[in-house]
Design a protein. Structure first.
Length: 180
């Protein structure tokens, strides 16, 4: 293979490739879990979650390809086996478990949040340790997408526990003075 001369040493590129392969592995496991929940969801929220998870699945699939291409652009090879994904991932599976709808949403939200925390650390390492601003920028875009997906899932869970209150728009409803 011809040497790569893009202003990063072999060690810097390999450090970034290792981080990207972890992110790729997490994204792949999240893709599988999202598709599984897409198939298994039941109940009153079936249609909205089925469609939301289809959108998330499509976005994750596109992102996985982008991670792999970024690894190749840096001269590495992306993880490409289930064993490799399981070895490199920081999120876990729940084999044989079919949770209820709220648990599905919660697990996906927690996985997105784990990935967001990892991406924050990785983009910091790419920038400060490996001096690869291109990958740091790439990871920032990925992080923003996961933040949006986590927000959508978090909003679903928070909506499950909303109860009427006497507070509207942050101002308590009070009886005017002297009335009771």
């Amino acid at each position: 293979m011809r040497s790569i001369n893009i202003g990063l040493s072999d060690e810097q590129r390999q450090g970034v490739i290792d981080l990207l392969n972890q992110d790729l592995s997490d994204a792949y496991l999240l893709l599988v879990k999202t598709k599984k929940y897409h198939w298994d969801v039941v109940g009153p929220q079936f249609r909205s979650l089925h469609e939301l998870w289809d959108e998330h699945y499509e976005a994750l699939s596109t992102n996985i390809d982008a991670y792999a291409e970024r690894v190749r652009a840096l001269g590495g090879y992306p993880v490409g086996t289930v064993a490799g994904f399981l070895q490199h991932a920081t999120i876990g599976e729940h084999p044989g478990d079919i949770p209820n709808t709220t648990q599905m949403v919660s697990r996906l939200m927690e996985n997105h949040e784990t990935i967001i925390r990892n991406l924050r650390q990785h983009l910091d390492a790419c920038s400060k340790q490996f001096h690869d601003e291109g990958t740091a920028d790439f990871l920032t875009g990925m992080m923003e997408q996961h933040e949006e997906m986590a927000w959508m899932l978090r909003s679903f869970i928070e909506g499950q526990s909303l109860e009427p209150s006497n507070i509207r728009f942050g101002i308590e409803d009070r009886q005017p003075a002297g009335t009771n």
